[in-house]
Design a protein. Structure first.
Length: 555
């Protein structure tokens, strides 16, 4: 017997092949199959099918048009299977008895899982249910009104099943299985996102990956700040769980997460001064798409702060790309859709393909009017997300008033897809005049010589001063010269440490500095040898009473 699959693109699987997408004889034929399959084999009145297919725009002979759609459907199905797919009785249509339907498989697996008293059987049923419902219902008919209710209901059911699977795997002490299920739930389940994070952190702790648990917790707390909401889970319990898990040691395999380097981790953020960058800022604010690149610590994220402040009447949507998401195609693109959707006051579902992401994004931008997307570290995003951004930038000129401003670490990181669309702006070291704007109490030339004009170095030196932006000779000698022994990534790390309030855990500092934890371990070892930082239990802090007192005063 044929099998009808509603999850993903609508597909009919027969003994000799399958029909999907453009292989259907007509869109109306495809919609007839969808309606009958959603009825789970029960008969559906012809009047209801006509109403669903044509609504208020009825053909001259709606009954004849329906019969024509069913007729061409039957001919197409006979090419792949000898059995009938659709049967007709007086005034009704239905799928033939024995036709398999994947939504029934999903419901049976989910029902069996929830009735199971044995955890292993429960996990097995949930695994089968999630495997069947992994893709969106009727993915090739995303806007069709005929399945609005079912699409939403099945999305919630699959989301919940994925979370239940993660929780059950954790109860079975299968931390690897729990971690995979929790991350899948996060990728598609806005309603269960916080609970999925809780399971993920518990799984990481059980696997002994305390370094990653700390970094992911910091990322989750930053997300709450960005979304301006409270957690739907008991954060104190989660924090206690993560705190009990082992922390990273230098040399551990790298785990990278991206956060705003001024995020609230371990203390109040230190508001460091901004110097110069007038020409670069003017180049961005003139309009169009712009790719901003600069080395580690050159102030890319802070520069975007200034861009956001200077944009004016346009709606600003900002997103930080995370290396932790780079292995899952379109995960960052869908996170961007949710952020744009919240700005527009619209709930956005997960899009399974790039075209769907682009189409949805353009509709949302159309609701908002003039929009500027500010994207931190776009070079960390997966290729599919970059392709979506490039498509948005290409279509924006004709469809909507959209500008894209993205930061990247190097000019080589300006992906080929974006190069033809965006002007490039490079963030260089500060000039003598720009450093002079900080009104330091020491000669500007001395600051340039000691710091190389590197913005992160200059800013950290100012933060290491007396608290009012004035550096004494002793502070300059003790702090800036030691930066010279470190590379640009080290300067970024130490600048991030100043930004988070003077002391932070290793994992939190790795997140704030946007560095791999293994890379940061080597940097901190060098900084420790240079007597620039010191360890206090599990915390890392800048060494020296002048520096720590100044940062504490700024916090």
């Amino acid at each position: 017997m044929p099998r009808v699959e509603l999850f993903g693109p609508l597909t009919i699987v027969g003994a000799r092949g399958s029909i999907t997408g453009g292989a259907f004889p007509s869109r109306k034929a495809r919609q007839v199959v969808a309606l009958l399959a959603l009825a789970r084999g029960r008969p559906v009145a012809k009047e209801r099918i006509i109403d669903q297919l044509w609504s208020e725009r009825l053909p001259l002979d709606p009954g004849g048009a329906l019969e024509q759609a069913v007729s061409v459907l039957r001919r197409a199905v006979r090419a792949i299977d000898d059995a009938d797919l659709v049967v007709t009785r007086r005034g009704v249509y239905s799928l033939a008895p024995g036709v398999e339907i994947d939504v029934l498989d999903f419901e049976r697996a989910l029902g069996a899982a929830r009735e199971a008293t044995d955890l292993a059987r429960r996990a097995d049923g949930l695994e089968r249910a999630v495997a069947v419902g992994r893709e969106p219902l009727l993915a090739d008919e995303p806007e069709a009104p005929l399945a609005v209710y079912d699409r939403r209901r099945f999305q919630l059911d699959v989301d919940r099943a994925a979370l239940e699977l993660a929780e059950t795997r954790l109860a079975l002490d299968d931390a690897d299985g729990a971690l995979g299920a929790a991350r899948f739930a996060q990728s598609r389940a806005p309603g269960a996102y916080d609970e999925a994070y809780r399971v993920e952190l518990a799984a990481l702790a059980r696997l002994g990956l305390g370094h990653e648990a700390h970094a992911r917790l910091a990322e989750f707390e930053q997300r709450l700040v960005t979304e301006q909401r409270s957690a739907r889970i008991d954060l104190e319990v989660v924090r206690a769980l993560v705190e009990r898990s082992p922390r990273v040691v230098p040399g551990h395999p790298p785990v990278m997460v991206g956060l705003d380097w001024r995020s609230r981790v371990g203390g109040q953020p230190a508001e460091l001064p901004v110097a110069g960058r007038r020409a670069e800022l003017a180049a961005v604010l003139t309009g169009g798409h712009v790719a901003v690149h600069g080395a580690s610590g050159s102030g890319r994220s802070r520069f975007l702060d200034e861009v956001a402040a200077g944009i004016g009447e346009r709606t600003v949507v900002r997103l930080a790309c995370l290396a932790a998401e780079a292995t899952e195609p379109l995960l960052t693109a869908n996170r961007l859709l949710r952020v744009v959707g919240r700005t527009a006051g619209v709930t956005v579902r997960h899009e399974a393909d790039a075209d769907g992401c682009v189409s949805r994004a353009m509709r949302l931008v159309g609701r908002l009017g003039a929009v500027t997307l500010l994207l931190d570290d776009l070079d960390l995003a997966d290729d599919a997300t970059v392709a979506v951004i490039a498509s948005l930038a290409a279509e924006a000129h004709d469809v909507a008033d959209l500008r894209v401003v993205a930061t990247m670490r190097t000019t080589a990181a300006v992906r080929p897809a974006l190069r033809p669309l965006a002007r490039e702006v490079e963030l260089r070291c500060l000039t003598t005049d720009e450093v002079g704007e900080l009104q330091l109490a020491v000669p500007v030339d001395d600051v340039i010589a000691a710091t190389g004009g590197h913005p992160a170095t200059v800013h950290a030196c100012v933060a290491a001063g007396t608290g009012d932006g004035v550096l004494g000779d002793d502070a300059l000698q003790r702090v800036t010269t030691r930066f010279l022994a470190l590379d640009a990534a080290a300067r970024s790390a130490i600048s991030a440490l100043a930004g988070v309030g003077g002391a932070a855990t290793h994992a939190a500092l790795a997140s704030a500095a946007r560095l791999a934890s293994g890379q940061l371990g080597a940097i901190l070892a060098d900084a420790l040898d240079a007597e620039l930082v010191e360890f206090a239990g599990d915390m890392v802090r800048i060494r020296g009473s002048v520096v720590t007192a100044a940062i504490a005063a700024m916090a």
